[in-house]
Design a protein around this ligand. Structure first.
Ligand code: HEC
Length: 108
């Protein structure tokens, strides 16, 4: 009896953690899709279709996984010929952009 209850409890715990993992994958996919829309609206004219730079601007796919602070700083404050995006993009949109860029990065 106790044995059976333990097995049921273990099953419930495993099922819940699998569902939690699936939910976070779905959330990430939603962010990636939203980030693509934000990118196409604000960034693609300079940084290239599908993140492929023509060579005139920085290729965003080169940003490594640990470069998020640098990314946010450049995006919010602007850099060189790039205008600042502070006040234009929400922090959610910047988060979505980051997910989209990382999903297409050269080094995952
Ligand atoms: C008007 C053209 C233009 C637009 C639009 C633009 N950028 Fe840029 N971006 C540039 C240029 C030019 C650079 C290179 C700046 C330099 O290093 O002098 C750059 C550089 C960057 C960098 C790298 C900065 C670094 O740390 O070296 C990031 C990140 C970036 N852009 C993100 C974005 C994002 C995200 C968007 C859309 C919200 C965007 N850019 C829209 C022109 C643009």
């Amino acid at each position: 009896m106790l044995d059976r209850m333990l097995r049921v409890a273990a099953f419930v715990i495993i099922a819940a953690s699998v569902m939690g993992a699936q939910r976070s994958v779905a959330e990430d996919n939603a962010k990636i899709a939203a980030g693509e829309t934000v990118y196409n609206t604000y960034c693609a004219t300079c940084h290239g279709d599908n993140l492929v730079s023509s060579g005139q601007t920085f290729d965003l796919r080169k940003l490594p996984a640990d470069a998020r602070p640098r990314f946010e700083n450049s995006v919010l404050k602007g850099k060189g010929q790039m205008p600042p995006w502070q006040g234009v993009l929400s922090s959610d949109e910047i988060d979505q952009l980051w997910h989209y860029i990382r999903d297409n990065a050269h080094e995952k």
